[in-house]
Design a protein around this ligand. Structure first.
Ligand SMILES: Cc1ncc(COP(=O)(O)O)c(C=O)c1O
Length: 392
């Protein structure tokens, strides 16, 4: 590997949500945080260099993607990785994917309209629907024989019965780690077409796909899907720069794009953050090898986690992820209520994970662990888990 991910960098005292919120949330001082979705790795060196160069220039005035460089970096990335040919006019930049989801909810639905999500799912989905006074409708994913799948009959029934206007798709799926197949995406999209449902496809985890799986851009699965879809992406998960707040939303349908842009205008947001633009362009232009090495590193972290659980903690079941660096762990064999389980994990093991119920229906008895960290940190976390649970 050209890049190494083993170095432990102290993030404490850097105003990091992942590390520095621990005390305020009542966590023990030495807690290992493996919760929020950022990684303990620096961004690719080429991104750091581009940011330093911009800092040296020293002027951070209003900026935007006026030259073609930014779009071309994106277009090459999506063409090479996903076979998706982008058009410059589809691109709308926002300061984040959750921001884009909230904007899309307001642009495409009215107060009280029903919005469908698939729980357990990234918790801001439900939060965004509720905060915008829309009605939350849940198509719960089904966990059977160690794998999550979609109950399509329920998906259609919920849409029809509640007159759902918008579906928020999480692809790849956080936290259950599914990389949806073309057939699954086609089946969901066809139901949405049948009932006039628009789709917000949150594809922020698109670059984290393990060997043997392939991410399909939802709106490319069938030509008609492009007319009902807003695709939300960003370099911030892939290259670990969430704090730089830049995301790229692609809207190929003219009417949807117009409605989204009008809503964006209402928020008062105009030009993006210059450092986000600089980092994004450098990442997509120069970050491919770094990302490939990172995926190999995550595969070995996943092996470490799987082997450790099998040998030392066989009652904790790993839900095999097909993508993302977030792993869904099934603690249900212990039969503990979530409150007790959290207490044990936080105060006995000294780990900060995400408790399953945060992700909505079907989250009870599960925890999400973030393996985007040096292997030594993961190893230490697992040793702590073993010590704590072997005393239960
Ligand atoms: C599925 C999903 N969407 C969106 C986000 C956050 O995106 P942003 O920081 O751009 O709002 C995350 C972060 O964990 C995520 O997992």
């Amino acid at each position: 590997m050209a890049y190494s991910f083993d170095k432990i960098i102290d993030r404490r005292g850097t105003d990091s949500l992942k590390y520095d919120l621990a005390a305020r949330r009542g966590m023990p001082g030495n807690v290992i945080p493996l919760w929020v979705a950022d990684m303990d790795f620096p961004s690719p060196p080429e991104v750091l260099e581009a940011l330093v160069e911009k800092s040296r220039h020293g002027i951070f005035g209003y900026s935007d993607t006026i030259s073609d460089d930014y779009f071309n970096a994106l277009a090459d990335w999506y063409s090479n990785r996903f076979g998706w040919q982008l058009s410059p006019k589809w691109l709308v930049k926002t300061p984040g994917v959750v921001f884009a989801i909230c904007t899309a909810i307001r642009a495409l639905t009215d107060e009280g309209d029903a919005v469908l999500i698939q729980e357990p799912v990234y918790y801001p989905f439900a939060g965004s629907v509720r905060a915008n006074d829309r009605k939350l409708v849940v198509n719960e994913l089904v966990y059977r024989d160690g794998r999550y799948s979609i109950d399509f009959a329920d998906f259609e029934e919920k849409i029809e019965k509640n007159r759902v206007k918008l579906f928020i798709l999480c692809s790849p799926h956080n936290p259950v780690g599914r990389v949806w197949t073309k057939e699954e995406l086609a089946a969901m999209g066809e139901i949405c077409l049948k009932y006039g449902v628009k789709v917000v496809a949150d594809e922020i985890h698109e670059d984290f796909v393990y060997p043997g799986y392939r991410h399909h851009v939802f709106e490319t699965v069938m030509p008609e899907f492009a007319d009902i879809t807003i695709t939300c992406t960003g370099p911030t998960k892939t290259f670990n720069m969430a704090g730089l707040q830049i995301s790229n939303v692609f809207i190929s349908n003219t009417d949807l794009r117009k409605r989204f842009k009008q809503e964006l205008e209402r928020t008062g947001y105009s030009q993006p953050n210059i450092m986000g633009l600089v980092a994004c362009r450098a990442a997509y232009r120069h970050g491919a090898k770094w990302l490939d090495d990172l995926i190999s590193y995550l595969v070995s972290n996943l092996d470490l986690l799987r082997d450790f659980l099998r040998k030392e903690l066989p009652f904790i079941r790993l839900v095999e992820p097909e993508g993302t660096y977030l792993v869904w762990l099934d603690f249900r064999a212990l039969g503990l209520p979530d409150k007790e389980l959290n207490e044990l994990i936080v105060h006995k093991a000294g780990l900060w994970l995400n408790s399953g119920p945060m992700f909505g229906a079907g989250g009870e008895g599960y925890q999400r662990i973030n393996i985007g960290c040096p292997a030594a940190i993961l190893q230490e976390a697992l040793e702590r888990l073993k010590k704590a649970f072997n005393k239960v």
